[in-house]
Design a binder for this molecule. Structure first.
Ligand code: LMR
Length: 329
């Protein structure tokens, strides 16, 4: 009996010693081997180290816990503590975030980072914070490429009549309408089967998402269009944040800063490496045609797609759009 009691109290002490004071459930929808997936894992590791085990971060990739539509709702009542949905997923909450969905807005990553790290980026973080989240900052992914199963997409008109999966964003819906195509809003977790079963003909996404979710295996043509940008805002549940002591808030912010610096590098590296892998697959199997655009062809897409901007002067704000463009000059 004595021995049993001793064992039980030892087990209790051990469990108390390892139990964290705070648990952060970090939910995301992509694979671990993506810029966001790697950054979330690294963030988890650093938070645990810097907090000396006081905070435990459980990362749930691949929409294991929930999709992006549900996650922002769950965070409101602290059922999930952290997430990093793509900008498009916030547009129901803060329509101005559709700024990032505008096609051909950013010349390159440099231009994008100037916007994120400057006045516009700060303003958008504040807007999300006002909606009852703690907006920590931004994580990169990359420029989107377009693919389909019917024909090469070289001219904007080639999209006519085709169905494309889009994220839930009015800009993205309008973008495909401008091309004469039919946009279909679907959660990320349903894209592969929708492509495979022909529910939609095509999609647009970053290379890392196309590669890790194997979309390229169920598409016949992919154009390296770089026509739009996909990135993330990292948010924390306000209810959780309120309960966290100041010294641990500092830890979370520091780990986020470190993860963000690494994430920007990983985003570039992974998108490059995984494009090389898709190219290898295309060459080996002959099942995928990868097209690049000449400067003239690209100009035709740009002219067509930029024509939708005025439709969003009211919802996004003309001044915000102009400021974002100016940051790249
Ligand atoms: C998508 O739905 O295509 C993206 O938001 C997925 C992601 O998080 O990168």
């Amino acid at each position: 009996m004595k021995l049993l009691k001793g064992l039980l109290s030892a087990a209790l002490i051990a469990s108390l010693a390892t139990a964290a004071d705070y648990v952060i459930k970090f939910s995301h929808v992509v694979s671990p081997n993506t810029p966001k997936g790697k950054a979330a894992d690294y963030f988890a590791k650093r938070v645990e180290e810097l907090s000396h085990g006081k905070i435990k971060v459980e990362v749930y990739p691949n929409a294991q816990l929930c999709g992006d539509k549900v996650v922002l709702r769950k965070m409101k009542f602290n059922a999930v503590q952290m997430a990093a949905p793509s900008f498009s997923k916030f547009t129901g909450l803060v329509p101005q975030l559709a700024l990032f969905d505008l096609p051909f807005l950013f010349k390159d990553e440099n231009h994008l980072h100037k916007v994120l790290d400057g006045e516009v980026g700060k303003k958008l973080l504040d807007m999300v914070t006002k909606k009852g989240y703690v907006a920590l900052g931004y994580w990169d992914n990359g420029f989107k490429q377009i693919s389909d199963s019917k024909r090469p997409l070289i001219k904007p008109e080639d999209c006519k009549g085709l169905k494309f999966r889009v994220m839930s964003s009015k800009v993205l819906i309008e973008q495909f309408r401008a091309l004469g195509a039919i946009p279909v809003v679907l959660p990320f977790s349903e894209v592969y089967s929708a492509l495979q079963q022909g529910v939609v003909d095509g999609q647009e996404n970053t290379i890392s998402n196309i590669y890790t979710k194997k979309f390229y295996e169920v598409q016949r043509y992919m154009t390296l269009s770089n026509h739009g940008y996909l990135g993330y805002m990292v948010v924390v549940s306000k209810a959780f944040w309120k309960k966290l002591p100041d010294n641990l808030k500092k830890v979370v912010k520091e780990a986020f800063k470190e993860a963000t610096a690494k994430e920007r590098i990983w985003a570039k590296e992974l998108n490059n490496d995984q494009l090389a892998k898709i190219k290898e697959y295309a060459k080996r199997t002959g099942k995928l045609e990868i097209d690049t655009l000449t400067p003239e062809q690209r100009k035709a897409w740009e002219t067509k797609l930029r024509s939708i901007y005025p439709k969003f002067y009211d919802t996004i704000g003309k001044d915000l759009i102009e400021k974002a463009i100016k940051a790249g000059e």
